[in-house]
Write a protein that binds this ligand. Structure first.
Ligand code: PFF
Ligand code: NA
Length: 455
């Protein structure tokens, strides 16, 4: 254990458990909550989808989040190295490191489209502040968003700015900058969302919005919806791609993994539900379609900002916060692959950052062009952007998660895990352990099989 402590001291640790909580929440809360959750809920029929999603968070997300943080803290390396090390200690094959590197790859792919969407939010900051949305109707707002998507140069510029900011922060080392920005971001985002919900309650069709979100209609649920709900539970909690492992690797000993994980999941869920409560009343109140797709919040919210008192300011602030929330997630998406390049191949941090930055930039062009030049090219009926999102979120993340739970539940020794997770050996541990060994892998496999039409 003393070797571990020395090594971890050399890599640096979060300065307190509070900072770890902030960083993990910063990773979890992002575009997934505010942009993606409302639009996929809209596309998948509302309440029943939300219910399945909440079930996935509780029964799959939280147990896996605990496992990932534990592996990171115990392994004290990038995900690939951490899993390999624990495998070696358990006398098992280091092939299990797939649970680590697959995640790094998935995170890299996700980041390539994540930064494009963060670029949309960035593009909306000056438009909102300068009053570009004042008095817009639903139709006009849709046209403004369409004009943004039709302009590849503007998309590339905004995406590149987000990428540069991410890489700069990651290049300087994650902790300092992150710590400072997160202290005001999370509370600020929360307050703004509450204000938006208040506005939607007064000016939108609030009852209809609430009904859409919370009253389940199971006839709207398809096998694909269930897969999407599962995938989104992974996406929103930053699971199955090494992010939480890498953050766990900086976690001081003695912090409760269980408590922190539950709090992170609660905060994340609260932000998503608030976003839904702000959006859907406005969607119905302005005659928009809940299933409008990825543009949903970018069409809906400007209408509200264009009408409310101080809307330019409130809206500008909102999109700034959305960009920062996206940045803190983007950092955690890039950290696993960068830690991997430096620790496994001995690259300097700068070189790793520049290499992955260049690759990400190239790959992000594919997503940018999905909305203009290449909007007619379809892979399996989806644009490049949609296919990348579908493949990474709904297949690669759950697959990475499956490897991780199997590794934790069946390869590591119960004794080791019990020590590492630190929740004693009572009912809580037993429940988690059973869920992790049987419930979680079974649920993931069933969803996969169901979707492939095999059951
Ligand atoms: N959890 C982030 C969100 O909801 O926006 C997205 C994300 C971050 C996914 C980090 C995966 C990850 F590793
Ligand atoms: Na999230």
């Amino acid at each position: 254990a003393s070797v571990r402590t020395q090594q971890s001291a050399a890599r640096g640790l979060w300065s307190s458990r509070w900072v770890f909580f902030l960083a993990a929440t910063g990773s979890a809360v992002g575009l997934g909550n505010i942009w993606k959750f409302p639009y996929i809920t809209g596309e998948n029929g509302g309440g029943a989808f939300v219910l399945v999603y909440l079930g996935c968070i509780l029964l799959i997300g939280i147990p896996l989040l605990m496992a990932e943080v534990m592996i990171g803290r115990r392994g004290r390396q990038n995900p690939d190295g951490a899993v390999a090390r624990l495998a070696r200690e358990a006398g098992a094959s280091t092939k299990w490191r797939v649970a680590g590197w697959l995640g790094g790859l998935t995170g890299f792919l996700i980041l390539s489209f994540y930064l494009v969407v963060a670029g949309w939010a960035l593009a909306y900051v000056p438009t909102t502040l300068s009053g570009g949305f004042n008095g817009v109707t639903g139709e006009a707002s849709g046209e403004l968003f369409g004009a943004l998507l039709a302009n590849p140069l503007r998309l590339i510029l905004c995406g590149s700015l987000v990428l540069a900011a991410t890489m700069l922060i990651v290049g300087l080392g994650v902790r300092g900058g992150l710590e400072r920005s997160l202290r005001f971001l999370m509370p600020g985002l929360f307050v703004l969302l509450l204000a938006l919900v208040g506005y939607a309650a007064l000016n939108g069709e609030f009852a209809r919005g609430v009904e859409f979100l919370f009253v389940p209609d199971f006839s709207k649920l398809t096998a694909t919806s269930v897969l999407i709900a599962l995938g989104h539970a992974f996406f929103t909690l930053s699971l199955g791609c090494g992010a939480m492992m890498v953050y766990g690797s900086y976690l001081p000993e003695g912090t409760s993994i269980a408590k922190t994980s539950i709090l992170v999941a609660l905060a994340d869920t609260a932000v998503a539900l608030l976003a839904g409560l702000a959006i859907f009343p406005l969607v119905f109140g302005n005659g928009l379609e809940p299933g409008a797709g990825p543009g949903l919040i970018f069409v809906t919210l400007p209408i509200a900002f264009g009408q409310m008192p101080l809307g330019q300011l409130v809206g500008g602030l909102f999109f700034i916060m959305l960009v920062i929330a996206a940045l803190t997630s983007a950092i955690s998406l890039s950290e696993p692959s960068i830690a991997w390049m430096t620790e496994r191949f001995g690259m300097s941090r700068m070189k790793a950052v520049l290499t992955s930055g260049a690759l990400l930039w190239l790959l992000s062009l594919g997503s940018v062009f999905s909305f203009n030049y290449w909007s007619e090219y379809m892979l399996f009926g989806k644009t490049f952007f949609d296919s990348l999102d579908y493949l990474t979120t709904n297949w690669l993340m759950p697959l990475g998660g499956l490897c991780t739970v199997l590794f934790t539940g069946w390869v590591l020794k119960e004794q080791t895990v019990r020590e590492a997770i630190g929740i004693g050996q009572g009912g809580l541990f037993r429940a988690w352990w059973l869920l992790l060994r049987f419930g979680t892998p079974l649920a993931i496999v069933l969803v996969f099989l169901n979707l492939s039409g095999l059951i």
